[in-house]
Design a protein around this ligand. Structure first.
Ligand code: K1U
Ligand code: ZN
Length: 173
């Protein structure tokens, strides 16, 4: 089932999400819903707070090329356990901040530890877009948005656009 995505500004997008204690069937269903919502948007990642659930859960799939098999990843309690000195700059977007993009610089490679949908501990090093995306999603669990890396003026400008968009969306019903 697709779930509505919260649009910035929303207090739930600024809160720290709670660690998952047990990977229950209900949480697996939430992960499936989030993947469906992400693919439909379309997006390459989604964090539970973006659908109003304050649990430490993210999903991602950064395979963008036609013909390549999808690689949906479900991560409970994801943690960056190592980051490279080398950095990478990507033009980031966010499904909670539609149609706004900006360059963000982050570590180029990150090693992430997480619990998968079967409750097993996993560890992997990501690079390229995968590294950018997993850091962007983990930031969501800390109540941090990519616009928080921008200069205050640019952030305010984007926030004002989003307030206007939300007003128009509410008027349209
Ligand atoms: O967290 C989110 O809101 C999802 C976001 C993830 C992200 C994008 C770019 C850099 C870092 C993290 C998105 O998926 S925005 C949409 C997007 O980037 C995209 C959509 C379709 C095809 C390819 C990319
Ligand atoms: Zn986002």
């Amino acid at each position: 089932m697709k779930r509505p995505i919260l649009i910035h500004p929303d207090p739930r997008l600024k809160k720290v999400a709670k660690p998952v204690v047990d990977v229950s069937d209900a949480l697996r269903e939430l992960a499936d819903d989030m993947l469906e919502t992400m693919y439909d948007a379309p997006g390459i990642g989604l964090a539970a707070p973006q659908v109003g659930v304050m649990d430490r859960l993210i999903v991602l799939d950064c395979i963008k090329k036609e013909g390549e098999s999808p690689r949906p990843l479900v991560m409970f309690n994801p943690e960056v356990i190592a980051s490279s000195e080398e950095e990478n700059t990507y033009e980031e977007g966010c499904l909670s901040i539609p149609e706004q993009y900006a360059d963000v610089t982050r570590p180029a490679d990150v090693t992430v530890r997480w619990i998968d949908r079967d409750g097993a501990l996993q560890e992997e090093t990501f690079d390229g877009l995968w590294a950018t995306c997993v850091q962007h999603e983990i930031d969501h669990l800390e109540g941090k948005l990519f616009i928080d890396y921008l200069r205050p003026l640019k952030r305010q400008m984007i926030t004002r656009k989003m307030v206007k968009l939300k007003r128009e969306m509410a008027r349209a019903g």
